[in-house]
Design a binder for this molecule. Structure first.
Ligand SMILES: *Cc1c(COP(=O)(O)O)cnc(C)c1O
Length: 634
């Protein structure tokens, strides 16, 4: 029975150059061609390294007599606790194979990290023998055996693909062994293989988070000539039979995986600790008995301990006690809750509003209730984690566009036509402090008839002349369909909300699970929310003072040759390096300033930063001192 080779290769255009993102191949029967091609196209188009700009599918007929059938290598697993132990396993393997210059082989491994293919290393001369050192050598024309009736779309089983490859390679004339480490930063398992060892998985072969991966084919030139080996690797069609299912052994210690993760975070300077505050949140706080100037809080207007808010909370506490006793749809709906929703709707110039327990819940609940698996969500690459989680929960297709790049957004929309679509963005980006281009954003949403959703967590109380947020900032000319926000930042309290049309809010009250299935906020919290918004309305000079502080601080930083611009309360000072961000934050702490270092995964790797968050109540002296400390840090 004739078979067909299917090969997919997907790439991106980077500076006019074709760059590889992913590739895969199959050997299938005639009737399987179209379904497998489709699955390969899907796989190529959506890769974690990014969406493809172009994709090639090559289909070739293969004669039955040209196929070599091989039995899969037997699989064993060696559990190693650290990458050092993993390396020792590799050394043991090389000793078993009687390789003399083990150090040199280990050294060569590093050279393979940037290569797409494998290194063909002649172990008798310790020289590389593949024709192209920058690409390496790739084995192709191989697959596992599959039943004719197989409709199972097994197009992405990395374990089986690895065994197919290892089995083909080990049967290559002259090759006596292989060493392989994945380049996936989150995948630390690798393998070694040979005829005598079979396929030996080594559970930890590199540091978590490292994208250093590669492979070496160990070649003995006294047994065969290089050309024959390469011809076999690149041309011989191989089908592998009898792949064992991966036996996942029951672990001896179920906590081990957690310990490993913690250790790896510590090694990468990504381990989190908490500082314990023993005072109210304000521009001055006490941490472990030490007084500090706080420039890291989201309480931009410094309202959390405002006397008016405290007074209102005391009054409501006396009247209502604390808990609300049920969800809003059962017994947890007080007159205060309704008053707050009215207040938010008016503040945001919308018809109605709905309150959730936190901003996080609001995003997750709204997005998952607006979208389903037929929908498409277009989301800025720097959107807040709660938006990302909402997208995940909705099961809609999520298309990420470049940060605040409206040309890219429109391109992605054209590429992904849909009946039910939503475009979502932070109004002010939480780690960069820049503002969404709302006019262009709204224009695109309207032209393509997509829902527009904006998260105002960092814009309410901060931007717009009187702190009403992004709509005011852009002259009240554009109104998104869904205005989401939180009361936990400049309002100084707790709670999330959505403001919009009557239809939208009615729909959310009836379908948003985060609203329906959670006990509503305490009346006391609601009292604080109300009082906070009232203060912003009655005393807009607070907003003005915050805006002036930001301007002054950026000017003072510029005097030390640190050039950042911000029209919000967030001023990022990017150090890039994780360690340096932490050192700077520690240095400031020792000098009496609490300013957080922000690291992966909150921001991208290599984008670590100091995130200065100013308050309306910081004094000029405090701002000057902070700028000076940052500006003179070595
Ligand atoms: C803080 C934040 C949220 C979550 O709000 P909480 O009330 O703290 O849960 C949502 N979106 C953005 C952009 C945020 O910064």
């Amino acid at each position: 029975m004739d078979r067909y080779s299917l090969k997919m290769r997907a790439g991106k255009k980077v500076h006019e150059q074709d760059q590889h993102i992913s590739g895969a191949e199959k050997i299938v029967l005639k009737e399987q061609i179209s379904s497998f091609s489709e699955a390969l196209i899907e796989r190529g188009l959506h890769h974690s390294k990014g969406d493809a700009d172009f994709l090639n599918i090559k289909i070739e007929k293969i004669k039955e007599e040209d196929i070599l059938y091989l039995e899969a290598l037997p699989v064993t697993t060696v559990t190693t606790k650290s990458w050092k132990e993993g390396q020792e396993e590799v050394i043991k393997f090389l000793k078993d194979l009687n390789i003399q210059r083990i150090e040199e082989v280990m050294h060569y491994m590093e050279e393979t990290y940037s290569m797409r293919g494998a290194m063909l290393l002649d172990i008798t001369t310790m020289k590389r023998v593949e024709p192209d050192f920058s690409r390496g050598i790739r084995a192709t024309y191989m697959d596992r055996e599959r039943e004719q009736s197989s409709v199972l779309m097994d197009t992405k089983n990395h374990y089986e693909e690895a065994i197919v490859l290892a089995t083909k390679v080990i049967h290559c004339p002259g090759i006596i062994g292989e060493i392989c480490i994945s380049d996936d930063p989150d995948y630390v398992t690798g393998y070694v293989s040979s005829k005598q060892h079979g396929y030996r998985r080594i559970t930890t072969m590199k540091e978590m988070g490292s994208d250093n991966g590669g492979r070496i084919f160990l070649f003995d030139s006294t047994k065969t000539c290089v050309e024959d080996a390469i011809k076999y690797l690149q041309k011989q069609c191989v089908i592998v039979r009898g792949i064992e299912k991966l036996q996942r052994q029951a672990p001896k210690n179920r906590w081990e995986r957690l310990e490993k993760k913690i250790n790896s975070l510590q090694q990468q300077h990504l381990f989190r600790t908490m500082k314990t505050i023993t005072s109210a949140q304000g521009s001055h706080i006490t941490v472990d008995g030490k007084e500090l100037i706080l420039m890291a809080s989201n309480s931009y207007l410094d309202l959390t301990a405002h006397p008016y808010i405290k007074k209102r909370c005391h009054e409501i506490l006396d009247l209502y006690g604390f808990g609300s006793g049920g969800s809003r749809l059962t017994t947890g709906n007080t007159v205060l809750h309704e008053r707050l929703e009215r207040k938010i709707a008016d503040f945001k110039d919308c018809k109605e509003a709905i309150v959730f327990n936190t901003g996080y819940v609001a995003n997750v609940a709204v997005i998952s209730s607006m979208m389903d698996k037929e929908g498409v969500i277009f989301s800025d690459e720097l959107n807040h984690a709660s938006i990302i989680d909402g997208c995940r929960l909705s099961k809609a297709k999520c298309v990420i566009y470049r940060h605040n790049d409206m040309t890219d957004l429109e391109k992605k929309i054209r590429e992904n036509p849909c009946e039910n679509g939503l475009v979502v963005s932070d109004a002010v980006f939480s780690m960069d402090g820049d503002i969404l281009n709302l006019p262009a954003f709204m224009d695109i949403c309207q032209r393509y008839n997509l829902f527009s959703m904006v998260d105002e967590a960092h814009s309410t109380g901060v931007i717009g002349e009187t702190g009403h947020g992004i709509v005011e900032y852009f002259g009240k000319a554009y109104m998104p369909d869904i205005l989401m926000g939180t009361l936990s930042k400049s309002v100084g309290s707790e709670g999330g909300y959505v403001a919009g049309s009557k239809l939208l809010i009615e729909y959310l009250r009836n379908t948003a699970r985060g609203f329906i299935f959670s006990t509503s906020l305490s009346p006391v919290t609601i009292a604080a929310d109300l009082a906070g918004i009232e203060l912003i309305e009655q005393e807009p000079e607070r907003v003005k003072r915050l805006q002036d502080n930001v301007k002054f601080f950026c000017e003072r930083l510029a005097a030390y040759d640190i050039h950042v611009t911000s029209s919000t309360a967030i001023i990022p000072i990017v150090t890039g390096d994780e360690k340096r961000a932490l050192a700077l934050s520690d240095y400031l702490y020792d000098h009496g300033f609490y300013i957080s270092a922000i690291r992966y995964p909150t921001v991208r790797r290599g984008q670590a930063r100091l995130r200065v968050a100013l308050m309306a109540t910081h004094t000029r002296d405090e701002l000057e001192k902070a700028a000076q400390l940052i500006g003179t840090f070595e």
